[in-house]
Design a protein around this ligand. Structure first.
Ligand SMILES: Cc1ncc(COP(=O)(O)O)c(C=O)c1O
Length: 359
């Protein structure tokens, strides 16, 4: 009998399609001029081409307006929590924050040394505060929110549209490139790469030039948006391998119908899982249906003992990394861009069988 396939529902690093892995294998073995992508100096022509092509991929997929910069930085999204406030804070400025879950709480904590934090709205972990109720002081330097709270399994259905408000800034680590996005509604967005953009190692920052031009002066050079923009993300050695993989991801998405098609795939996958979770009360989701995430599906079983048992059985059958976030508990299936519908169908079948034998 053949071995059972293995499906990962990890929150990052996430799955990649076989054809991207194949391309990456070829890049590692030998890039165009005979050097492996792992050996390229960042000053050479090939490295510049990788940066250029990956930027072009993001611009194409997201129709990034011309007056926006695309930067490739390091330190993950976590580092951006502080770096952002360093760049746009100072001189007694305040930043408005929508604090609606684990990651936005961290964003607030990391920003606090660099900017006066004003809480524009608070969430209860089960639904999200509506943008028209956000209390944003008109003098705020920006308003920050987290588009997908991956720990709780919450997601804003679309980017908020606020007129006359300070620039909106979004942590899109969990859902960038999973659905269409109107970049022009935001002043700045950022996302680390290990969920939907490839492997860990690069953080994409897309920012209006008008914001980049107003960064504080006393920010360390590798973190300074303005300086990184002027030097095309090469203030110091960029993480070329992760940037190259992100480029492959962009080209794959473009070849497979762009972000409309990605959204359709992600809606289908999460729809299948939620409908299964809601079937008869054995599995449950505590999240308000209007804000259920299409990429971070959180669910529970009737008791913690059954959840433990479920995880152990799931592992035995090749369904990996279904543990809930450590701060939230329960179970979570992360369905990022390259988790396949087949994987979700197989998980649903497994859940059905587990319920039949344990329900
Ligand atoms: C919404 C969100 N923001 C930030 C982070 C932190 O990202 P990183 O580990 O790349 O710093 C995560 C990680 O899961 C996340 O889901």
């Amino acid at each position: 009998m053949g071995k059972e396939p293995i499906y990962s529902f990890a929150s990052g690093q996430s799955s990649l399609p076989a054809d991207i892995l194949e391309t990456v294998r070829a890049d590692v073995a030998r890039h165009q001029d005979g050097l492996s992508v792992l050996e390229l100096p960042f000053t050479c022509r090939e490295a510049r081409a990788i940066l250029h092509e990956t930027e072009a991929g993001f611009r194409d997929l997201l129709s990034v307006p011309k007056d926006y910069e695309v930067l490739f930085l390091q330190g993950g999204a976590y580092a951006q929590f502080g770096i952002l406030a360093m760049n746009l804070g100072g001189d007694g400025r305040i930043g408005a924050y929508v604090e609606a879950g684990h990651w936005s709480r961290r964003a607030v904590r990391e920003a606090t040394p660099w900017i006066g934090v004003h809480r524009a709205a608070l969430g209860d972990g089960l639904c999200l505060p509506l943008p028209d109720k956000w209390d944003i002081p008109p003098q705020a330097a920006y308003c920050h929110y987290t588009s997908n709270e991956s720990a709780e399994g919450l997601q804003f259905p679309a980017e908020p549209h606020l007129t006359g408000a300070p620039p909106l800034i979004a942590d899109m680590t969990a859902d960038l490139l999973t659905r269409p996005l109107d970049v022009g509604k935001l002043g700045l967005l950022y996302a680390s790469s290990q969920k939907n953009l490839g492997i860990a190692g690069v953080t994409v920052v897309i920012a209006a030039k008008s914001l980049v031009e107003r960064c504080a002066k006393d920010v360390p050079a590798p973190f300074h948006y303005g300086q990184q923009a002027r030097e095309r993300s090469k203030v110091n050695t960029p993480p070329l391998f992760a940037i190259a993989v992100a480029g492959h991801v962009c080209r794959w998405l473009i070849a497979h119908g762009g972000l409309d098609a990605a959204a359709e795939r992600n809606t289908r996958k999460s729809g299948l899982l939620y409908s299964h979770i809601e079937r008869d009360g054995f599995y449950s989701s505590p999240i308000d249906p209007a804000y259920r995430s299409k990429v971070s599906v959180r669910f529970h079983l009737p008791t913690p003992q059954l959840e433990e048992r479920f995880l152990a059985h799931a592992r035995e059958h090749g369904f990996l990394h279904l543990e809930g976030h450590s701060g939230v508990g329960g179970l979570r299936a992360s369905l990022y861009n390259f988790v396949t519908l087949r994987a979700v169908e197989a998980l649903s079948e497994f859940m059905k069988e587990f319920e039949r034998t344990n329900g």
